[in-house]
Design a protein around this ligand. Sequence first.
Ligand code: AMP
Ligand code: MG
Length: 426
Amino acid sequence: MTDTKHTSQVTGKPAKKDDSDPNSISIQAAKEIIAARLLKITDKESVAMDTAYGRILACDVDSPINVPSFRASAMDGYAYRHAERENKLQISAQSLAGHPSEDHANANECHRITTGARVPDFADTVVQQENVSVNNNTITINQHSDISHHVRAAGSDSTKGASLMQRGQRLAAAQIATLTSHGFTEVEVIRPIKIAVFSTGDELAKPQDKLQRGHIYDANRALISGILKSPAVDINDLGIVKDTPEALQEVFTLSMDADVVISSGGVSVGDADFVRPVLEQMGELHMWKIAMKPGRPLTFGNLAKNNAYFGLPGNPVSAAITCMVFVLPALQLLTGQPVKELPRIKATLKTTLTKMPGRVEYQRGVLTLEENGLWSVSTTGIQDSHVVTSLHHANCFVELAYESAGAQASEEVMVIPFAHFSESLL
Ligand code: AMP
Ligand code: MG
């Protein structure tokens, strides 16, 4: 995400209130620390094309054939010699899609042809049937065109040997169609990223549990697993973990084999926040404290040598946003994908947004295309980071810069649209 240098000052008078923390680092700096620590996954596996959706290509692919492999007609009409366009042409054969005619024709002959059919060798042009008069098996061309009109050249989609796709390409419908149209039946992809996910907190209950006094249902495992859901990942849900160093040690031991470990909660400075000390004891801590809201206590380190540990904050909105801002790009990097910046658009605020300078802030908003063709955005309401329903109601984040002291209705703000939290963004 775009970052704002958090060293920059609010111009003029000192701000009345400031939310900055001298120990926190910028979002960009945090992303760089994370990127520098990631070890790309290079293990490959071969999968059939019909199970390749959402997987990440493990090698460059060249085109094994010309597509199309023959000159094909783009129209229903007649294949003829352009030099004979003024003559009456006798229809001597027909070339139908999948049923080519012979390549030869005598002078002043043409072949009836359909869309997708092979253009016989004698012909250099196709005239569409609407532009001819037919009389007793003979055509007269009423409207002339340039030579080779309506003839799709062999290799006009791709030429044999040409580069088709690069390693790191995510395979969605267009890519799978491209590969199958070039005759591939299977493809080499990066093995799924092994991700261990758990929630920490003595107050957390599973949905099937009866809620006890002072307990809440766990939202974060569902949220994180949902955001990261993709055929390119393999999520191991390790459940809810108690707020004790021993319980954390146990789950850390179970997570050692994962490529990425994602916990939520226990990363603040409360009495029961043991994630950081246990991470330092069993692995390495690379950073925590980022100048963003929500999400300041995000923790990053590693347990084993080649895994990445993300300790997301406990509040669900903070966990979701830090997962999108930091974990998603990390997963893209791990599989060799180019990092996809989340798209941003400018929108006019319909409501006032409050904020203190000192952190980049992501507020939940509802983006609407107005009748005048311009985008407007309103708040989902209360922005506290425990409000999971704000994620449900939102279709965008409003990104407020580090220095911003809030925004007034009718001001233009930067917005990051997203489809929905039920859809993967990876
Ligand atoms: P923590 O970061 O552990 O101090 O938690 C911060 C806040 O988030 C507390 O109000 C927790 O109860 C809440 N919280 C932590 N984990 C979860 C979770 N998995 N689901 C819902 N709320 C949570
Ligand atoms: Mg906690």
